[in-house]
Design a protein around this ligand. Sequence first.
Ligand code: G6P
Length: 494
Amino acid sequence: HAAPHAAPHAAPIVVASNRGPVSYRLDGNGGLTAGRGGGGLVSGLSAIGPEAGAVWVCAALGEGDRLAARRAGRRLDPADTGGQRVRMLDIPAETFATAYNGVANSVLWFVHHLLYQTPLEPVFDAGFREQWAAYEAYNAAFADALAEEAADGAAVLVQDYHLTLVPALLRARRPDLRIGHFSHTPWAPPDYYRMLPDDVAAQVLRGILGGDRAAFLTHRWAEAFAACCADVLGAEVLRVGDRLAVRSEGRTTALGVHGLGADAGFLRERAHRPDVEERMAALRKQIGPDRRTIVRVDRTELSKNIVRGLHAFAALLEEHPQWRGKVVHIAFAYPSRQDLAVYRDYTAEVERLAGEINAAWGTADWTPVALHVKDDFARSLAAYRLADVALVNPIRDGMNLVAKEVPVVSDHGCALVLSREAGAAAELGEDAIVVNPYDVAATARALHEALLMDPVQRAERSKRLAAAATALPPARWFVEQLEALSAATAGRAG
Ligand code: G6P
């Protein structure tokens, strides 16, 4: 029997996320230039080749995307998407901007990354209620499109905090579907999560629990989600061995953990192309002879803790004069979410502080901080290859793929200074130097220790880091979720 709304070309696997594999810029003459967006979600999902037979539903993010979506109709040009079948939703600009900037990236992102601090806690007033209505409309637009795209009994994998209401909305439209949700962020602990208005806190949890399965990057985030369900909804948390599930309002939703790893094959091949070699030469020139390098690569994102990272570098120069003139901190901080004033201010603070450190410590032939803010993937890979030390110090991070990518690509093995609050620390903690991201003095000591690490030991640790970082490559990560979703829905009618 055919599903109620399935389209003729409906797919057996449908993926949904806010950001898709491609974003379009207007070039001024009515032309469109396709580019790839940053962030762990796109890195992970892009490794799923066209052979998986999936349709990827995403949102148009800006004017360029909107034009491309309108021109393309149902599917974007496969040449722009790496061959993926991609449908881009042209959600009204105002609704999209309010849902994305106002709710997803301000409220939900801030809650899960514990970014609200006195006196900047949120105010949930009438204005927020309007934003919330836009978030509901944006989620409903996705649910409608997914209900159209999914074949009878299809597996639908919904991604991230933008789309928390989709699983329940989609189940109401298409009870035949098998629905999973995956969070690429941390999940907030209950005391912090309850900052949300009670009904919103409950609606988000019920939205996700409307699926058959909810999955996370680490056990810590899965446990926090379960704790929120117990606390806010009075749900029962079920444990059988290491299997976790939540029972609430007559339904059981399985919880799972899939620690997305780095794509070694893709990264190593990409990192040895001529454009990367060129950038290595340019970076070497900038660094100068006989100097060590500390590398960081981030979106300019509050949770990435770039400002404290720069303070730690300054403290290293202050406390350990031996490094003056002998180390360059290569900091790539790529623009992100610049529609939000706090992000623009943060970007300005990063630039100001880098300038201040250079003015305080720099000499005629040594610039201590090489800050680059223009997104350039080839240059990121060049820095990965050259790095002596990688600094990954987020306040809180779902996983952090940079921590996993650097050891995989590094030419001579690299020491990793890693925040204990990054999901990656659960897998890389043994061979990284683990720090409390708020503790600038401890981070400076860790950088010193990393710079002094014996090269043989460093190479060995880096190798073990690379092995742990690639334990679950993206393609496998995706298949694991499909298998687990099948297992969670086995025996279900339909
Ligand atoms: C994180 C989120 C992703 C998001 C990415 C980039 O990794 O989990 O969902 O796509 O950041 O952020 P942006 O707002 O540019 O999509």
